[in-house]
Design a protein around this ligand. Structure first.
Ligand code: UD1
Length: 446
């Protein structure tokens, strides 16, 4: 039972570096199954979801070699299996990307229903709609639990052949958009995906596959067009070359946002490196509404544009309202962290959660620290208090865990956060990174 122990009330100050995006890399790693050459992926975050993806790849028969910290050479040329080991698939939500990738590669895929954070019901009907549109037959493998209730245990996909098709999603779904791309990239003919999600990780998946020879256009808009290509060999520029293509994972929008909010909540002054400023627009605007200074500044070596977040030490912050929406709206994955900040502003803030119904389990934990929050059927009303106090709290899920860290950093006294395995799923070296900007935070193994 590992835990984080935070002595709060320290102003965060200094430079912090963002890792590659969790939500992107968990799709890029399965996408290597579609390649007909090995590739090298760098800026891979050191998180447990990546470990699971790499283990699945190895179990399927891929060769995975760690070249250095955050850089892996992956060859899937010898993969023959089409079944994702069930115990691994159940460990994370993103295991369902192996369904799209294996279907695209081998025209068959079997995977257990995915696990991951418990944020409410997590349907995959839109994924299945996309697979079926491309010509796959989908079978839901059912089992009976101890109470005699039938539940879906796994999914099997089979196709004689995959044909390009028009896929119109009924809900904007990141997962279904990613899976439709993975399954369609090698299908014969043209696929058009409409009403797709536009998150930065979708653009990153398309960029990666295009870099390896795919023909995907429109990623980042509501309509993606894919011209199927039978082999993915890297681009022509490398023809006859023995060099492997090296792809770098896009910076993590949510990790960067978490650091921005942590800086604001501790009345800090933090320079965030390795971030793509336009991905942060909505988060920056909400913070500015609270009275936080958010600026784009050049790094000292003038090599990159960073984001500086600062609040003068005794400044009181204002409330704001948040409504989570698909990108470019306010990300659901930043909602708990922002709530932690809004607990200590002057006045009342409203949060409306439009993506996941069960994303407020962190409220009970923040209340232990002195927060005043009422929940509604799809939201929360936060009444700002002058300050929080340390307490023993739980990371209920990944982003709820990040909210506990922010609350602990801002609170007076000692906060102990348990169930930190949730946080390890998505934040690379979080303790070292926050200590580097002045946090008094320890990782304790019990
Ligand atoms: C969602 C978030 C993503 C976040 C992740 C983890 C959006 C649009 N997506 O992605 O930013 O990183 O959670 O917190 O903000 N849905 C269906 N049928 C399906 C698939 C989804 O009805 O087949 C519904 C879901 O119930 C949910 C919504 O669509 O209400 C968005 O789901 P989706 O984007 O697929 O979820 P993730 O890919 O997990």
């Amino acid at each position: 039972m590992d835990k984080f122990v935070i002595e709060g009330g320290k102003r965060l100050k200094g430079d912090i570096y963002v890792s590659g995006a969790k939500n992107s890399v968990v799709a890029l790693l399965p996408a290597t199954l579609l390649l007909d050459v090995p590739c090298v992926i760098e800026n891979v975050p050191d998180i447990s979801d990546v470990e699971i993806c790499l283990t699945i790849l190895r179990e399927l028969g891929a060769s995975v070699e760690k070249l250095r910290e955050g850089t892996y050479r992956i060859s899937t040329l010898d993969v023959t299996s089409t079944e994702v080991p069930a115990e691994l698939a159940r460990k994370m939500r993103a295991s369902y990307y192996f369904l799209g990738a294996l279907l695209g590669r081998s025209h068959r895929a079997v995977a257990a229903m995915p696990g991951g954070c418990n944020l409410g019901e997590r349907p995959i009907d839109q994924h299945l709609l996309a697979f079926e549109a491309l010509g796959a037959e989908t079978t839901l493998i059912k089992k009976i639990d101890n109470d005699g209730t039938a539940y879906i245990d796994a999914v099997e996909l089979k196709a004689e052949h995959l044909y390009g098709s028009n896929i119109s999603l009924n809900v904007v779904s990141v997962g279904a958009t990613m899976n439709a791309i993975l399954a369609a990239v090698k299908a014969e003919g043209i696929t058009v995906i409409e009403n797709c999600a536009r998150e930065p990780h979708i653009v990153d998946l398309a960029n990666f596959l295009n870099y390896m020879g795919a023909h995907i256009s429109g990623a980042g808009t509501h309509k993606i067009t894919i011209e199927g290509t039978p082999v993915l060999l890297g681009n022509d520029a490398l023809e006859g070359s023995v060099e492997e293509r090296i792809y770098s994972v896009v910076p993590d929008q949510i990790e960067a946002g978490t650091f921005m909010v942590a800086a604001a909540a501790t009345r800090g002054d933090v320079l965030i490196h390795g971030v793509i400023p336009h991905h942060m627009k909505d988060i920056a605007e909400r913070l500015q509404e609270c009275g936080v200074t958010v600026e784009e500044v050049e790094s000292a070596d003038r090599q990159e544009v960073c984001i500086r977040v600062s609040v003068s030490e005794n400044r009181r912050l204002h409330p704001t309202n948040i409504k989570t929406e698909p990108y470019p709206g306010f990300p659901t994955d930043m909602q708990p962290q922002m709530a932690a900040l809004l607990c200590i502003v002057d006045g009342q803030s409203n949060i409306s959660e439009q993506v996941w119904e069960d994303r407020f389990r962190y409220v009970a934990e923040l209340r232990r620290m002195g927060a005043h929050i009422n929940t509604t059927h799809d939201g929360a009303i936060i009444f700002g208090v002058p300050g929080l106090h340390g307490a023993r709290v739980k990371a209920c899920d990944l982003r709820a865990g990040a909210a506990m860290i922010i609350a602990g950093l801002a609170a007076e006294g000692t906060t102990e956060i348990t169930d930190i395995y949730h946080i390890e799923r998505g934040y690379s070296h979080i303790v070292d990174k926050l200590r580097g900007i002045g946090a008094d935070m320890k990782w304790i193994s019990e």
